[in-house]
Write a protein that binds this ligand. Structure first.
Ligand SMILES: [Zn+2]
Length: 318
């Protein structure tokens, strides 16, 4: 569940609003980091202090150890050697978060994002209701005028915040729909997807047909979006689309190449055939991108000749 951990880390970074030391990440958070791509960036912290690399409990001052190395003086552990990456921290690209939340809620890009000051943003209108993003729900309780500022003629408002420790149900009165960042959104295919409550129709998809809807794939599987691919959504050929669709329909169950290609309606019995970058396409980013998508998304057990796509399995769980 790397995507689940990735989203939990995004929420934690947003709620905290400050960088987190790389050394202080849990093993699950570290494992989820590559999935987040550019959304979480390394950043330098004040080098004079580090989180003690031994206990991860105390911030301690750093001294040169006289031999070119560095030592921190932890009040509990005493002198502890500091490696270079003990000072590396991670910060969330909050522009990324706000942009992807807008896409998830089908907020048209005509109206921009307004910073209402100190951790509150108006993301735009979704289904004609203004949508606010706030770092802290308590802040909106203390300053209800912020809600009134964006309310249109007594209409409803949607508010997205990280979940406080003690909140259940509807923390706001009528006319304000609260969307807990952790529960109502998910990290999905390099973007963010909105989880509509059961019984309510899902939000209309954003008008961009390349938007990832099925895992990293667009609704028609013609496009795939990967966070670590620098050129944006990758356009797939007919054959590639069919192979990915076929793998998706197997919901992560390992299958032979023959079965996958049969489902795809293709003659070849080698998946990789449709992803091979031909000499004449070498300069085309999409050709290399499709191969990259294949390498990233498709798992193989070569000895048994089995292939599966783990991201389609997650979809089945949701
Ligand atoms: Zn310590």
């Amino acid at each position: 569940m790397a995507t689940h951990d990735a989203w939990a880390l995004v929420c934690r970074l947003f709620a905290g609003g400050t960088p987190i030391l790389r050394a202080a990440l849990s093993p699950r958070e570290s494992a989820a980091l590559p999935a987040l791509g550019q959304a979480v960036k390394p950043t330098a912290l004040d080098q004079r202090f580090v989180l003690c690399p031994y206990c991860h409990q105390h911030r301690a001052q750093v001294w040169g150890d006289g031999r070119g190395g560095r030592t921190c003086h932890c009040p509990e552990c005493g002198p502890v050697a500091v490696a270079a990456d003990d000072a590396v921290a991670l910060r969330l690209d909050e522009d990324w978060l706000r942009r992807k939340l807008r896409l998830a809620l089908s907020i048209e890009s005509r109206d921009g994002i307004d910073a209402l000051g100190d951790g509150v943003w108006r993301l735009g209108d979704s289904r004609r209701s203004p949508v606010l993003l706030a770092r802290d729900l308590i802040r909106l309780w203390r300053e209800p005028a912020l809600l009134e500022r964006v309310r249109v003629a007594g209409g409803p408002i949607r508010v997205i915040t990280p979940k406080p420790r003690e909140t259940h149900g509807a923390p706001f009165g009528p006319g304000v729909e609260w969307l807990a960042l952790e529960d109502r959104f998910a990290f999905y295919g390099g973007g963010i997807s909105f989880i509509a409550p059961t019984g309510e129709p899902p939000a209309a998809q954003a008008s961009d047909p390349r938007t990832p809807v099925k895992g990293p794939f667009s609704a028609d599987f013609r496009w795939v979006t990967l966070p670590d691919w620098p050129d944006g959504p990758i356009r797939l050929t007919d054959g590639q689309t069919k192979v990915f669709k076929s793998l998706w329909s197997l919901k992560g169950e390992p299958a032979t190449a023959e079965r996958i290609m049969q489902r795809a309606g293709l003659d070849s019995d080698k998946l990789v055939d449709v992803f091979k970058v031909k000499a004449r396409d070498k300069h085309k980013a999409d050709a290399a991108g499709a191969k990259h998508a294949y390498d990233t998304l498709v798992s193989k057990r070569r000895r048994e000749g089995l292939y599966w796509m783990p991201c389609s399995d997650e979809h089945a769980e949701q």
